[in-house]
Design a binder for this molecule. Structure first.
Ligand SMILES: N[C@@H](CCC[C@H](N)C(=O)O)C(=O)O
Length: 279
């Protein structure tokens, strides 16, 4: 696809999703990064923009195939986005004619592969389990946070607060999620997951994403939930996680937490100069 700069010819973008966790993707490998918080918010507006859970920007990288930056729909940055990483990696593999790619995110170098069954796996790296790096505001046990419901904190390049509940379906995610997102224990706010055990190595998870709200899936949140479930002795290191938009496979291996699932390239478009000029 031709890359258009924000110079009077519009701005090209792609729309992708992984299990309904949806993304606008801008390929800025050959030009300057056009994204500002104002552009992210305007583009993320589902009525007046395109709408997305996250905005991902592809940039050049040294020593890897590409760099990936993430924005939330409220105009804030995210350090990780597992589903966008899988979707963009799949597209990049097709562009580069490869079945594996490496990429740089703010948490470091990640790798992704396309499996023989067409599903895409990404190694999201080792979970972060020290309180300073999650980050938490003060020294507490990440495995038992001093919050009602006894949640677990896990960093996956972004913060997560995982609650284990009897039945995730009945939890009022829309009212509890934002309260926990803004709890003073999380100086950078947090993503919030509610998970229940469905069977041996099988979880159900619903999510409130920091900076976005309820989404149909959250890749990094699914990884964090699987890590937390293993730490709590509920599951092994390899689990299936049912989210609102489908199912992800999580495998916490020695080299990191691998997440596998489907990807979808939906459409390509061009933002008009009128839209860009109104920012
Ligand atoms: N949907 C993403 C995670 C999104 C990032 C999050 N809202 C944050 O601010 O950390 C995923 O698939 O991991």
């Amino acid at each position: 696809m031709e890359q258009r700069a924000h110079n009077g010819t519009g701005l090209a973008f792609m729309k992708m999703h992984g299990l309904g966790n949806d993304f606008v993707v801008i390929d800025a490998r050959t030009g300057s990064d056009p994204v500002t918080p104002a552009l992210a918010r305007a583009l993320g507006d589902r009525h007046r923009g395109v709408g997305f859970d996250q905005l991902a920007v592809i940039k050049p990288a040294e020593g890897a195939d590409f760099t990936l930056d993430f924005w939330n729909s409220d105009g804030t940055r995210a350090g990780a986005c597992g589903n966008a990483t899988r979707c963009v990696s799949d597209w990049m593999m097709t562009q580069l004619g490869k079945d594996a790619v490496s990429l740089i995110t703010t948490r470091g170098r990640l790798s992704a592969v396309r499996r023989a069954d067409g599903l895409v796996s990404v190694n999201m790296g080792a979970p972060i389990l020290d309180w300073q790096s999650v980050p938490l505001a003060r020294e507490v046990s990440v495995e038992h946070l001093p919050i009602e419901g006894d949640p677990v904190a896990v960093g996956m390049g972004n913060p997560h607060c995982v609650f284990f509940v009897e039945n995730a379906e009945t939890i009022p995610v829309e009212s509890i999620g934002p309260k926990i997102e803004h709890d003073s224990l999380f100086p950078e706010r947090t993503n919030v997951e509610f998970a229940s055990l469905m069977g041996p190595d099988h979880l159900r998870m619903r999510v409130w994403e920091r900076g976005t709200g309820i989404t149909l899936a959250c890749g990094s949140g699914t990884c964090a939930t699987a890590v937390a479930a293993h730490l709590r002795g509920l599951t092994g290191r390899k689990v299936l996680v049912d989210v609102d938009g489908g199912q992800l496979e999580i495998d916490w291996r020695d080299d990191g937490v691998w997440m596998t699932g489907p990807t979808m390239m939906v459409f390509e478009g061009v933002l008009s100069d009128t839209f860009l000029a109104a920012l």
